[in-house]
Design a protein around this ligand. Structure first.
Ligand code: NAP
Length: 469
C-alpha cells in the first residue's frame, strides 16, 4: 500500500506513454516486497529544469531518463559517474539526500545482454550501426572491453560518427573507423566482422518492415544484436535467424539497463527474471514478437482496441473494405441495446451498467467469423472480454500519443466521451491513458503506433502484421 514512507522512482521523457519501464520496475518492487513505486512523467524540454528540481524538492529516489533528455539533463545534476561522463549521456539519476548523480546503465546493460549469450567483446571485430545516444553508450562499453570497432551512420549525420569514433579512439587507444552507412560500406565492413549491432531506430515499431542490413549480408556464425525492442523480433533478427546467425534482441538490454538502475536505487539485487517476464508480456504481442502466438490460432476476425481517438472505427471501416469483412462497432451495439446514448447510460445508470452491457455485446459478437470489431476504449479492462474476442480474432492495439489523441478527440465532445469529464481534457487523457496502457499492451497480438500515421497507412500496416502473425 502507498504511504508517506513509499519511495518514488520514475521516468522522465517525452513521450513516455510507450514505455514498459513502469510495468518492469513495479513488478520487481512487488516481487521483493519493497515499498517503492515507479511512475512515468511526461516532461517537455521547457520543463526539464523544473522537473529535476522537483526530484530534490519531493525527495524522489531516482529517475530513468529517456528521449529527448539524456544529454540535456546533465547540467542540472550534481555529479556524473565516470562512464556517463565519458559517454556524455545519462539514463539513470540517483538522488542521495538532494545530491543527484547521473549514471548510464545502457552501456552496462548492453554488455550484460551480450555476455549473457556467452559472447565476450575482447578482440572481436564489431560493426556498430548508428551514432545516437544508445550507440554512444555501446561504443564506449565495447571499447572499454577491448573490441575493435567500426561505426556507420547515415550520411547527413556522419559527423556524429566521426566525432564518436574520435572520442572512443582517444579513450581506448585503438583506432575506430567511422563510415557512411550505405550498402557497399556495410558489405565491406561486415567481411571481417564477428558482431554487428543495430543501434539505429530502423526497424522500430511502427516501421517494423525495415531492416538496416540487407538479407544477403547476413551469414551463419555472425552475431547480430538489434537493440530495438519494439518489436522484440525485428525484421533484422528474423532474417539473421534464417541466415543461421546468432541473434540477441533489445529486450535483454532493456531488462539489464533497468535491473542495474533498480539496484542503484534500492541497493537490492534485481529480480531479473521477473522483470524480463513482465517486459516480454508487455511487449509480447508486437509483430515479429511471436510471444502471444496468434499465428497458432485459427482466426478470421480482427478486433481493434485502443484509447478514444485512436482511430478504431475509421481504421476499421477501411480495413473491412480492404479485407472484405463486416465492420462491427461495439459501442453502437450498446447504444442499440440500451436505446440511449453512451453519455446517457453513464449519466443515468453509471459506468457499471455500461460495462455489463459492454460484456454482453462482446459475448454476442466474439464468436462470429470474418468481422472487423471496433471495440470501445475500456473493453480491455475486463479479461473475460479479451479472452472471448481472442477465440476468433487477432487483437490489434492502435496506440496513439496523448497529443495525437487530444487533437483527434474534438473539443466539446463530452456527449460522446463521458470519461473525460468537464475539467482539463489534456490531463484527463494523460491520466486515463497511463492507467489503461498496460491493459492494451497485455491484450494485443499486434501493436501499431498510429500517432503520426494516416488511416490508410494504419490499415496497410495491420494487413502486413496479420500476414506475419
Ligand atoms: P537517437 O539518439 O535518436 O539515435 C537514433 C540513431 O538512429 C541515429 O544514429 C540515427 O541516425 C539513426 N537513424 C534513425 N533513422 C534512420 C534511418 N532511417 N536510417 C539510418 N539511420 C537512422 O536514439 P537512441 O536513443 O540512440 O535509440 C536508438 C534505438 O535504440 C531506438 O530504437 C531505441 O528504442 C533503442 N534503444 C534500445 C535500448 C534497449 O535497452 N534495448 C536502449 C536505448 C535505445 P542520424 O544520426 O543520421 O539521425
Amino acid at each position: 500500500m502507498i504511504s508517506s514512507e513509499t519511495r518514488i522512482c520514475g521516468l522522465i521523457g517525452d513521450p513516455v506513454t510507450h514505455s514498459v519501464s513502469p510495468v518492469m520496475h513495479n513488478a520487481a518492487f512487488d516481487f521483493l516486497g519493497l515499498d517503492y513505486i515507479y511512475l512515468p512523467f511526461a516532461v517537455t524540454k521547457d520543463r526539464l529544469a523544473r522537473a529535476v528540481d522537483g526530484v530534490r524538492g519531493l525527495n524522489i529516489r531516482g529517475l530513468n531518463v529517456t528521449i529527448p533528455h539524456k544529454v540535456a539533463v546533465i547540467p542540472f545534476l550534481d555529479r556524473l559517474e565516470p562512464l556517463a561522463e565519458r559517454i556524455g549521456a545519462v539514463n539513470t539519476i540517483v538522488n542521495d539526500d538532494g545530491v543527484l548523480t547521473g549514471h548510464n546503465t545502457d552501456a552496462a546493460g548492453f554488455l550484460k545482454a551480450l555476455q549473457g549469450r556467452g559472447i565476450e567483446p575482447k578482440g572481436k571485430v564489431v560493426v556498430l550501426l548508428g551514432a545516437g545516444g544508445a550507440a554512444r553508450a555501446i561504443a564506449f562499453a565495447l571499447a572499454e572491453k577491448g573490441a575493435r570497432l567500426t561505426i556507420l551512420n547515415r550520411k547527413q549525420e556522419l559527423d556524429w560518427a566521426v566525432e564518436l569514433a574520435g572520442s572512443v579512439s582517444s579513450f581506448s587507444g585503438r583506432k575506430v573507423k567511422a563510415l557512411e552507412l550505405n550498402e557497399p560500406n556495410l558489405k565491406a565492413a561486415l567481411v571481417p566482422a564477428d558482431v554487428v549491432v543495430n543501434a539505429t531506430s530502423v526497424g522500430m515499431s511502427p516501421n517494423n518492415g525495415q531492416s538496416p542490413v540487407a538479407r544477403e549480408l547476413l551469414r551463419p556464425g555472425l552475431v547480430v544484436f538489434d537493440i530495438v525492442y519494439s518489436p522484440v523480433k525485428t525484421r533484422l533478427l528474423s532474417e539473421a535467424e534464417q541466415a543461421g546467425a546468432v541473434t540477441v534482441n533489445g529486450l535483454d538490454m532493456l531488462v539489464w539497463q533497468g535491473a542495474l538502475a533498480f539496484e542503484l536505487w534500492t541497493g537490492a539485487k534485481a529480480p531479473v527474471e521477473v522483470m524480463r517476464k513482465e517486459v516480454a508480456r508487455a511487449l509480447g504481442g508486437t509483430p515479429f514478437g511471436g510471444a502471444v502466438g496468434a499465428g497458432e490460432r485459427k482466426t478470421t476476425s480482427v478486433a481493434l482496441v485502443g484509447f478514444m481517438g485512436a482511430g478504431k472505427t475509421a481504421v476499421g471501416r477501411v480495413l473491412a473494405e480492404k479485407m472484405n469483412k463486416e465492420l462491427v462497432e461495439l459501442d453502437s451495439l450498446i447504444v442499440e441495446k440500451a436505446g440511449k446514448s453512451i453519455a446517457r447510460i453513464f449519466d443515468q445508470e453509471g459506468e457499471i451498467v455500461f460495462r455489463q452491457l459492454e460484456m454482453e455485446v462482446t459475448r454476442e459478437v466474439a464468436g462470429r467469423k470474418n468481422q472487423i470489431i471496433a471495440c470501445g476504449g475500456g473493453v480491455v479492462l475486463n479479461k473475460i472480454n479479451i479472452d472471448r474476442l481472442k477465440a476468433e480474432a487477432v487483437v490489434v492495439y492502435l496506440m496513439a500519443s496523448p497529443e495525437a489523441i487530444q487533437e483527434r478527440v474534438v473539443a466539446g465532445d463530452a456527449e460522446v466521451r463521458p470519461l473525460l469529464g468537464d475539467g482539463d481534457k489534456s490531463l484527463a487523457i494523460r491520466e486515463l491513458l497511463a492507467f489503461r496502457q498496460p491493459f492494451y499492451r497485455r491484450a494485443a497480438d499486434i501493436i501499431i503506433d498510429t500517432s503520426r500515421m494516416g488511416i490508410e497507412a494504419v490499415a496497410e500496416q495491420i494487413i502486413a502484421g496479420l500476414k506475419r502473425e
